[in-house]
Unconditional design. Structure first.
Length: 425
């Protein structure tokens, strides 16, 4: 990234061939489908988690790798896809990544052992990375940061609908047809997404960066992005809020199904209640953005995050082992998560119009690295009770609120990259 972030220079390339602005409806649907791959990939197979662990005779550490390895690949691949999308355009990256995702989903249906399943989940993560990083960059291609947060909340409302239905559908198909059917549903949805993107979404990158893949330029861009205080504030927020969500996603099926004895179908319904709360959060986010701005909305949502986390932790320490003791506090956390992610994903790329792909990639990598570390801890900490999940969520709720009330309040305004780089010491 150069100091000419907001002013063209002689080395800037010509506008990308065929780039044009999609209609608002097409953009909203496309972003919802692309971002929706993430909850689909994690939430829909959650009801299948205990069953596939038993069927493939997998120890807990390897079973958890079907989630954590997916997220590690998801994060690492973004570091590649982001600069490639800045260099060659959004559309080629989307089509290649989605095609890989569809093939990996079909391979998951046929996996014969846990290691094969982990391998195809890694490929799913690589393909999903292309979809998510380009979706975030596309928001910056089309909108300024404040408007981008509003549009992101609309897209995340679509993601919320997918998140609501995914565990319910997963529970039904797992109970009726076995765990492999969950991956069949994922393959069908991703094939539809690929077809929609191929037919409806044009290239959105206004200007290719011919130096985006040069090692020196790439390292320089990453260094300047990482030094940007606004990027650090928003990427820390998204990583912390997702840290709590990841513990819930990775551990809840074992808590609800194995410890509390729920069926996969009922588990899907309970998980869906959290997704409904998340969806409500994305709607409220749009109102709070108008009233309070991005940092103000996050500050208010952080109170819900902290309340839910502390309540869940306190109930666990008091020895309360019940569905409601996890589900009700998680609804407050999920509501706030809808605000944090809407603002955080738009805010992290806000200062970087020409390097939106690289900025989105770095933010995604940080998030995924945190999730991978949490997954490794969770695999060792699970003891058959709800306590590791509850206390882990409480910790990350505290971290999220702290970031929301300090870093985001201080540095959340989306300054231009030129101003920020000039001011960084």
């Amino acid at each position: 990234m150069s100091p000419s972030e907001s002013t063209p220079n002689a080395s800037a390339s010509a506008p990308s061939p065929g780039s044009r602005r999609p209609s608002p409806t097409v953009a909203a649907v496309a972003l919802g489908l692309l971002l929706g791959l993430q909850p689909l990939t994690t939430d829909l197979y959650l009801p299948a988690f205990p069953a596939l662990t038993r069927d493939l005779a997998a120890p807990m550490q390897l079973a958890q790798l079907t989630m954590s390895a997916l997220l590690l690949a998801f994060g690492a691949a973004q570091l590649v896809w982001g600069p490639v999308a800045d260099r060659w355009g959004r559309r080629p990256v989307l089509l290649a990544g989605l095609a890989l995702y569809v093939l990996a989903s079909l391979a998951a249906v046929l996996a014969g052992d846990i290691r094969s399943l982990i391998a195809v989940r890694v490929l799913q993560g690589v393909g999903m990375a292309a979809a998510v990083v380009v979706a975030r960059a596309t928001v910056r291609d089309l909108y300024e940061p404040a408007q981008g947060a509003h549009v992101m909340s609309l897209a995340l409302s679509g993601l919320g609908m997918i998140a609501i239905s995914s565990p319910m559908v997963g529970g039904l198909v797992v109970q009726s047809s076995g765990w492999r059917s969950a991956f069949g549903v994922i393959a069908l949805f991703s094939a539809f997404t690929l077809a929609f993107i191929a037919l409806k979404l044009p290239e959105t990158l206004p200007q290719r960066d011919p130096k985006a893949l040069h090692p020196g330029s790439l390292l320089r861009n990453w260094g300047q992005i990482l030094r940007h205080p606004t990027f650090r504030a928003w990427s820390a927020l998204t990583a912390c809020t997702y840290g709590g969500l990841y513990i819930f996603l990775a551990g809840s099926s074992f808590v609800y199904i194995d410890a509390f004895g729920l069926s996969p179908t009922v588990y899907g319904l309970v998980l869906g209640s959290s997704s409904i709360s998340y969806l409500f959060g994305t709607f409220v986010c749009r109102r709070w953005l108008l009233q309070l701005g991005m940092a103000g909305a996050v500050g208010r949502a952080s109170a819900f995050t902290l309340t839910g986390g502390l309540l869940m932790g306190a109930l666990s320490l008091a020895g309360v082992e019940a569905v409601w003791a996890i589900a009700l506090p998680q609804m407050a956390i999920a509501f706030a998560h809808g605000v944090h992610q809407s603002c955080g994903q738009a805010g992290a790329v806000g200062p970087f119009r020409r390097q939106a792909g690289a900025a989105a990639a770095l933010a995604g990598f940080i998030l995924a690295a945190v999730a991978f570390g949490i997954g490794s801890w969770l695999a060792a900490a699970m003891d058959g009770s709800a306590r590791p999940v509850a206390l882990g969520i409480a910790f990350w709720a505290l971290m999220t609120a702290t970031v929301g009330w300090t870093l985001v309040r201080r540095h959340g305004a989306p300054l231009s990259a030129t101003t920020a780089v000039a001011g960084v010491r």
